[in-house]
Design a protein around this ligand. Sequence first.
Ligand SMILES: *Cc1c(COP(=O)(O)O)cnc(C)c1O
Ligand code: SF4
Length: 353
Amino acid sequence: MSEDLAQRKPRAAQSLRDLQELGLIDSSITPELQAVADKYAIGLTPHIIEMIRAHGPNSPIARQYIPTHEELNVNERELEDPIGDLAHSPVPGIVHRYQDRVLLNVIKTCAVYCRFCFRRETVGPGTRGLDSAQLEVALRYIRQNSQIWEVILSGGDPLTLSNRRLSALLDELGRIDHIAVARFHTRVPAVAPERITDDLISALHSGPTTYIVIHINHPDELTKRVKDAIAQLTANGVPVLSQTVLLRTINDSAETLGRLFKQLAKARVKPYYLHHPDLAIGTQHFRLSIQEGQRIFSELRQKNSGLTLPQYVLDLPGGHGKVPISSSYIETKSGSQYKIKDSRGNSHSYIDT
Ligand SMILES: *Cc1c(COP(=O)(O)O)cnc(C)c1O
Ligand code: SF4
């Protein structure tokens, strides 16, 4: 990397030209890469650019954000709406798949754009989130359905909303008696830790009990600045959990994931979900088989404290929801006689009740 580049103050990157100027892609932009950029948003925060400078353009961090021509390889099983959100969307912005909780997607912009994103067909800087009339309709849906206990703010990335909009929204949710919890699914603490400020924390306390679920995929993402941002949340009464996407060439080993989950637990973050990669279009190069995932997860179960282990889940296409897919330990069952294998693979018989 040239010296003047290293000295330049980092700024956000949003196009192939930005990446080129930063020396993160080749100097000639191929038509294939241009086609990828025309279809899917590019976005890297100054923090992520700094991280890529530290770890290199082929590092697991870089590969999550820098587009490649591989995204043009489309497999016929891949889907525009890989987890079937549309099948469960009663009004714009709401996905109501499970009885006591809804997703509320107010905004479709993110701080970064991940190359494997399961919502890659709908997120981007040019897309519009809900306008005020649509948001009112979504809030009315939540008010009128008293079985809804929790609102999950997803997107896009809900922490790209301004503090003013966040506190107004949480204030509205706080006025609904049956809403106990507002949960944020966000990448912001890991990719733009400077966004975690006292003002944001006050905004997060404007309504129901707030939880943050950080999307984080590799131990190198857990820098001192990110840990400080997390500590600011937990010290101020905002519980933090994490979700990780299992990704080929990024975190597909028990060693890498084990380090990530242990460091998270040490930083007071409970690992919550490990997602098997979804069938998003052009993401085949990131996927691995369920069998490989199960092998990695079994190794994690053997070597790592249960405190550090998330649930390994698959979100079924068609809107059928999440299911745990860590390998089954029950080998055979006949009447009340079970054969159950332990985490080393040895079988034991067990007689039920
Ligand atoms: C993943 C998801 C949730 C959250 O599920 P939990 O198991 O409660 O974390 C809620 N609604 C939808 C539509 C989802 O996809
Ligand atoms: S931050 Fe989340 S929604 Fe946004 S591009 Fe990444 S995975 Fe997709």
